[in-house]
Design a protein around this ligand. Structure first.
Ligand SMILES: Cc1cc2nc3c(=O)[nH]c(=O)nc-3n(C[C@H](O)[C@H](O)[C@H](O)COP(=O)(O)OP(=O)(O)OC[C@H]3O[C@@H](n4cnc5c(N)ncnc54)[C@H](O)[C@@H]3O)c2cc1C
Length: 404
């Protein structure tokens, strides 16, 4: 593939850059509307305003069809805008699950009427979506989930517990996989729905993280009624639908998280260690060079996947490479940058330099990145089996009825 912008792509890039420069709130305001800040309600309100402004200007999900609020832009144009958005430090956290995962799943499986009513609101940030997949005994082994879905006339009745559900306590809707037939092997008895998070019978309980905020939840379903019209995909085909969501998840989580390589280099340019510019020191230069090579590898792998999307293919198992490589690098860089602070690195950080506080937050947040959306080990299994074609690990319960 050609990594230079064509004339029309260069135009989109210049437009995006100019629009972001003219419209993006300043760094302080951006921080207060980011994901994981102390005043979550205020952050969400600000983030919604920003998302609506993006939508008005035609930049929100520009690759979505016009009838859902996009502008039918090519995957490459989308990539260009997202690159510029990242470079400018624009926050996207609250809407990533909706736009990156629920949105593509609805586009593939919802009715036209549902798409017309739900997708434009999602795109404008009016509705926030969450992803109700993991359970206490079903994370890596998601197909072992136990949330029950029992058919009752035109409804389904859902009972059970989800956990680690990011944003469940403020989400308007969720996508959910439940077990509709326990007599089938684990992957075959699942059905996929979307639910209104304000339905009677849903309660959420926030879980606090080491970073300070409590932005994910335990979610309890006590005989929650969900209309059959909210089923996505066929009864029993929930696993296939979930795979669409998960492949999109790895693509969106595989973005290079910030602060990363560029922020580190910017910081090092201003730093001296032992009286000499940090970047002139051989051991630091060697590490930075390694991260440069890896961050280019991540960027090119992402571009290759976007190219495949532009040819009408779905994101495949290769998206796992992105997430595996970029989250490990994110953690290493945060660790290194925090270490540069010497003993100051252990102090938390409100009244310290913004750039330093960002790395400290990243240091605390980064381990969870290597777990959320598929752990390193699971991603390695996927790459081994589905990209490299190596023999699969033994799966003794694969063909056994779940209730046995
Ligand atoms: C910040 C954060 C946000 C999250 N948000 C959401 C969300 O919005 N919605 C949602 O549904 N879930 C969410 N999750 C949950 C996440 O998807 C799970 O934590 C993840 O899938 C791992 O599952 P688990 O925690 O049950 O760990 P386990 O599956 O119990 O894994 C424990 C350890 O065993 C290893 N392991 C497991 N199986 C294998 C194997 N076959 N081979 C080798 N090693 C193995 C794992 O790699 C891991 O190290 C979130 C998690 C985090 C940390």
């Amino acid at each position: 593939m050609d990594f230079q912008d064509s004339a029309s792509e260069a135009e989109v890039r210049a437009d995006a850059r100019a629009w972001l420069a003219a419209n993006l709130p300043d760094a302080e305001a951006r921080r207060s509307m980011g994901y994981g800040v102390a005043d979550e309600a205020a952050a969400l309100a600000l983030a919604k305003t920003w998302q609506a402004r993006k939508a008005d200007a035609g930049w929100a999900c520009m690759h979505w069809p016009a009838q859902y609020g996009g502008r039918g832009a090519s995957p490459i144009e989308r990539l260009i805008f997202e690159e510029e958005e990242r470079r400018a430090g624009a926050p996207t956290g609250f809407f990533e699950i909706g736009l990156g995962m629920a949105g593509p799943t609805l586009q593939a499986y919802a009715s036209e009427e549902q798409k017309a009513s739900l997708l434009p609101r999602m795109l404008r940030g009016q509705d926030v979506w969450c992803q109700l997949f993991s359970e206490p005994a079903a994370g890596s082994d998601l197909a072992a989930l136990r949330m029950r879905a029992v058919r009752d006339g035109d409804d389904w009745v859902l009972t059970g517990q989800k956990t680690w559900t990011s944003g469940a306590h403020y989400a308007d809707y969720g996508i959910i996989v439940a077990r509709s037939d326990p007599s089938l092997p684990k992957h075959r008895g699942l059905t996929f729905f979307f639910v209104d998070m304000r339905s009677p019978g849903i309660t959420t309980r926030q879980i606090r993280q080491i970073t300070g905020p409590a932005d994910f939840d335990d979610v309890f379903f006590d005989e929650v009624r969900v209309a059959d019209s909210q089923r996505l995909g066929a009864v029993g085909a929930g696993w296939q639908v979930a795979l669409t969501t998960l492949m999109n998840e790895r693509l969106s989580l595989g973005d290079v998280a910030r602060p990363g390589y560029e922020e580190l280099v910017a910081r090092l340019r201003m730093s001296e260690i032992g009286g000499r510019p940090a970047l002139e020191q051989a051991d630091i230069a060697a590490r930075v060079t390694d991260w440069h090579v890896r961050s280019r590898g991540v960027a090119f792998t992402r571009a290759r996947i976007i190219t495949a999307l532009s040819r009408g293919q779905e994101p495949g198992p290769e998206a796992s490479i992105l997430k595996l490589a970029s989250t490990a690098m994110f953690q290493e860089i945060a660790d290194f940058a925090t270490g540069l602070e010497d003993q100051g690195g252990v102090l938390l950080a409100e009244d310290r330099q913004a750039g330093v506080a960002d790395f400290q937050f990243a240091y605390l947040f980064s381990p969870s990145f290597r777990v959320a959306g598929g752990t390193d080990q699971i991603l390695r299994n996927i790459i081994a089996e589905r990209v490299l074609g190596l023999p699969p690990e033994p799966r003794v319960d694969k063909d056994v009825p779940f209730n046995s």
